[in-house]
Design a protein around this ligand. Structure first.
Ligand code: UD1
Length: 422
């Protein structure tokens, strides 16, 4: 067990390189299992969620090597189509392996993921689409048993919500489907585009990724070399930290286009941006300004993953900000923790937070309840007076590589301490 301790009140200055995207590498690792070849994946972040995906790959028979930020997956001898509950439970998004296993074996047995910290997270859209593509699915003792005895078939699938995971699972299942698969109301996130680019390098023919209608047809599939896109949510973590603590930092390896939904919001709060190719400079001095209304939406709207991070900024802004979260039903668990740090926030109807900005936040002992909520507490702590102790930091390690080293390199007073086991 470890905690993070932050002594707030230091401006951030300096330069950091942005890590590769967690939400991109996970479905690409799953896809690599279905190629039957060797994939060389660059810019893979070192995260516990990535290690959980690698453990699943090894369990089903892939040979996986990591060399720094490059992961090499050889799936030529894959032989397992069953993922035990213990591995599935490590990471909820491992449900994306379902589509990959069906493409590779025409069958799969995985445990049904339950809800998680941020909400119920059903997978009805995934299962409905896979059934339409020819899969019979039964559930027994918490395990999903899936078979497509006649193979998978390309179909027209309309999602009633542009679910990221469902779009990915359909794309993966389509790797081995007969005929064209068309997804209408597909998720448009940059991570979907990255998955399509990797799959096209593997021999598939996917058009429309990044738009609402994606057309997929298979081909002769092999492994491929690919570089994972930069992590747009970690980029917004840096923006929020600068807005809270003040300062001027340079972030290398950013994709400006992916940040288009968040930049205007941080600009309204007082951040000043300068982009030069793949480099972003962000500065903020003085108290942030309130943002009247912020709504989380599917891409290209403001990401739900950046909501907690922005709330840390709004907590010390001048004026009242309203934050509406309708993507996940349980994504305000950081609110009581921010309140311990002096924030004035009330939640109405479970999905609207009224944030009355206070002049100063102060240090407190707080608990990370989920990944982005935990990072938001650290961001708030960099701009708070006194010492903050953050518990349950394994949530942060799921998605932020070398979190305290990076913030420390920017001048924050932050360290990780191991707790003695009783
Ligand atoms: C992915 C991201 C997560 C991000 C989210 C929304 C990964 C590993 N995770 O999660 O960080 O916050 O996109 O941008 O990429 N839903 C259903 N039925 C379904 C599927 C989803 O009702 O079958 C609902 C969910 O409960 C949620 C909403 O749709 O309320 C969005 O979920 P989805 O887009 O699927 O998110 P994930 O893929 O789980």
């Amino acid at each position: 067990m470890e905690n993070i301790i932050i002594n707030g009140g230091r401006e951030l200055h300096g330069s950091v390189k942005l890590q590769g995207s967690k939400n991109s590498i996970l479905p690409i690792l799953a896809a690599s299992a279905a190629t039957g070849g060797v994939s060389v994946l660059h810019n893979c972040p070192k995260l516990s969620d990535v290690e959980a995906a690698i453990a699943i790959l090894r369990h089903i028979g892939c040979k996986v090597q990591r060399k720094g930020h490059t992961v090499i997956v050889d799936s030529s001898d894959v032989n397992g189509f069953e993922i035990p509950d213990s591995l599935m439970r490590e990471m909820r998004s491992s449900i994306v392996f379902l589509g990959a296993l069906l493409a590779r074996f025409g069958k799969a047995k995985v445990s049904a993921p339950g809800g998680c910290e941020i909400g119920l997270r059903p997978i009805d859209l995934h299962l409905c689409a896979l059934r339409r593509m020819g899969t019979s699915i039964s559930e027994e003792g918490g395990m999903l048993e899936c078979k497509c005895p006649d193979g998978l078939f390309g179909r027209h699938v309309t999602l009633n919500f542009p679910s990221v995971g469902a779009t990915e699972n359909i794309m993966l299942a389509a790797m081995n489907a007969k005929g064209e698969t068309v997804i209408t109301n597909a998720a448009r996130e940059p991570e979907i585009v990255d998955l399509a680019e990797y799959l096209n390098k593997c021999g598939m023919n996917i058009t429309g990724a990044g738009q609402s209608v994606i057309r997929i047809s298979g081909g002769k599939i092999s492994g491929a070399e690919h570089r994972i896109i930069p992590d747009r949510i970690v980029a917004s973590t840096f923006m929020a930290a600068v807005a809270c603590a003040g300062g001027r930092i340079n972030v290398k390896d950013v994709e400006k286009e992916h940040l288009a939904p968040v930049i205007p919001v941080f600009e309204n709060a007082g951040c000043i941006f300068d982009f030069n190719g793949k480099e972003m400079t962000v500065e903020s001095f003085g108290r942030p300004r309130r943002v009247r209304l912020l709504r989380t939406m599917p891409y290209p709207g403001f990401p739900t993953d950046s909501q907690a991070l922005f709330m840390a900024v709004a907590a010390k802004a001048s004026g009242t900000s309203i934050i509406s979260e309708k993507i996940f039903e349980n994504r305000f668990r950081h609110v009581p923790e921010l309140i311990k740090m002096g924030a004035d926030i009330r939640v109405e109807d479970c999905c609207v937070a009224v944030v009355e900005g206070v002049k100063k936040l102060h240090g407190a002992r707080v608990t990370a309840c989920d990944l982005r909520g935990g990072s938001a507490l650290a961001v708030a702590a960099t701009g708070a007076e006194g010492q903050t102790v953050i518990e349950n930091i394994h949530h942060i390690d799921r998605g932020c590589e070398a979190f305290e080293e990076t913030l420390s390199a920017l001048g924050a007073d932050i360290k990780r301490v191991a707790l003695l086991q009783e």
